[in-house]
Ligand binder design. Sequence first.
Ligand code: ADP
Ligand code: MG
Length: 597
Amino acid sequence: MAIRILPPEVASKIAAGEVVERPASVVKELIENALDAAARHIAVELVGGGKRLIRVSDDGIGILSDEVELAFHRYATSKLSRIEDLHHITTLGFRGEALAAIAAVSHLTLITRAVGEPMGTRLHLEAGRVVQREAVGAPQGTVVSVENLFYNVPARLKFLKQESTERAHISALVSRYAMAYPHVRFVLTHGHQEVLHTTGSGDLRTVLSEVYGVETASQMIAIERPEEPPRSDLPPITVSGYVGLPNLNRSNRNQIVIFVNGRWVQDANLTYAIVQAYHTMLMVGRYPVAVVMITLPPEEVDVNVHPTKAEVRFRRPDAVFSAVQRAVRHTLVQHAGTAPIRAELVWGSPEWAARRERLAQVTGEHLRQMGIDLGVESPGQYTHQAASSEETKPASPTVRRRSLPPLRVVGQVGATYIVAEGPSGLYLIDQHAAHERVLYERFMAEHAAHSLATQELLEAVAVEVLPEQMTLIEENLEMLHAVGFLVEPFGRNAVRLRGVPALVAGSDPVGALLAALGEIECGEMPTGSTAEEKLIARVCKQAAVKAGQVLSHAEMEALIRQLEACQAPQTCPHGRPTMLHLSAEELARQFGRLGAI
Ligand code: ADP
Ligand code: MG
């Protein structure tokens, strides 16, 4: 094929693809333009998850009537004129690409009136071409309406997720800008429904309550600077914002939000710096909630790394990393009194001794009440015969072969593993993984038999959720009901939890619901049974006994018996092993007994 220059329509669509990936990208660019125009009030209206309409209105400085068309040219910007300007960017935009890109792939209407001009302008574009222009009366500021996004890029349109997913992305995005700009009043509506409304009072804590709910916000503390002498060799870096107390934690990193000079960025290193500051305060696999603002001289940051500007590069990344980590750590340590640190029971710790003491007092009477007869087992004897009735039955095709040998519980180590003895050696069982497997199989069996029991809570609990989670709950109400959660919308960003799956009723009901939501939120939801299975697996993980939980002998016995009854006792529902086996031969070999007399 001969080399040729692409026609402008093709080139502009390709270029648009870099900036505009989905409705949320449009909202991002339009909000950034409004903020750059010094708006104090930004309203975002959506219809159809932004696929039908996105309208962003601001009361900023507006666009001069004779520059309106120019704004839609590629590389047309008022924010930068010389290449040197790139080194100290103080605006969110500077590439002059967004309006051109958005207009190229939608039907766009702009109404704007600049400060000091008597009349406003209305401009309508289709696929980037101006089709209508007129003078109109309009308040100062700018309103951009984007309709039928990607109508002329069918490939993109096809890849858009369902309405609720796009909506959730936009809610999360607007929430982030609201936090970064507490002086600006943000209102987000979807159809007739108001999803988020901040006051613009300038107080970040107020915004946090508006975004996360009062209860969550009350568990967040303002970042305090450690007192250190200023260092002349380092750039002045300010770290501010709020971090959650350790007991406010999540199963993923999504609630760690970082801004650099007012720009939301995704930065794995800085996220790690924040997580690290919680070292030993959070359980493995749990992540904090944090809103961290980093301010530093513009020349210290390269914001021109990516068309969407969501990644930045620092001139001295180590200095920024350590400033963030020290500030967050210092803040947490200051509040150590209020932060319940994980009481991990490790061998030899005083807590461990106390628990063991208490467990030793568990009497035989207590165990019999639990329906467990430990007999008079002595080490080395296989006296456990609980499953013998099943074993003596003649093997028939309907009787499932036991996939685990009968195990005798010897004890617990590290408050995490159960040591058991079987006919062919020693078994170390991960109590959490094992319990997860047990709950999962019971859950799935009940689910398959359509007999999933729901346990109603004695008192309904109100649970605060994020706007984007609210959307997901509404969209997935049926599935949540199907697995046993009795939940209903309750006010703007809260739900009322009236019941939970009976199988997990013994544990923390709110935790179970939040775990389920976490799964819906993170998983790219496949439809049908797989989504439910994933949800169930997640809820079981949450409800299962944790590592670090001391179990009585009776509890361990019960768990092992239940594990024996499982179809696939060797792994947890996520595929990790539940147990390690050290065979009698291996033991003998290790002790040099093999062949010895
Ligand atoms: P950039 O923001 O990178 O400059 P855009 O394509 O987003 O590029 O916008 C082009 C120009 O249009 C901006 O530089 C600005 O002058 C003007 N503009 C866009 N949106 C607004 C707005 N909401 N208010 C005022 N001016 C705007
Ligand atoms: Mg812009």
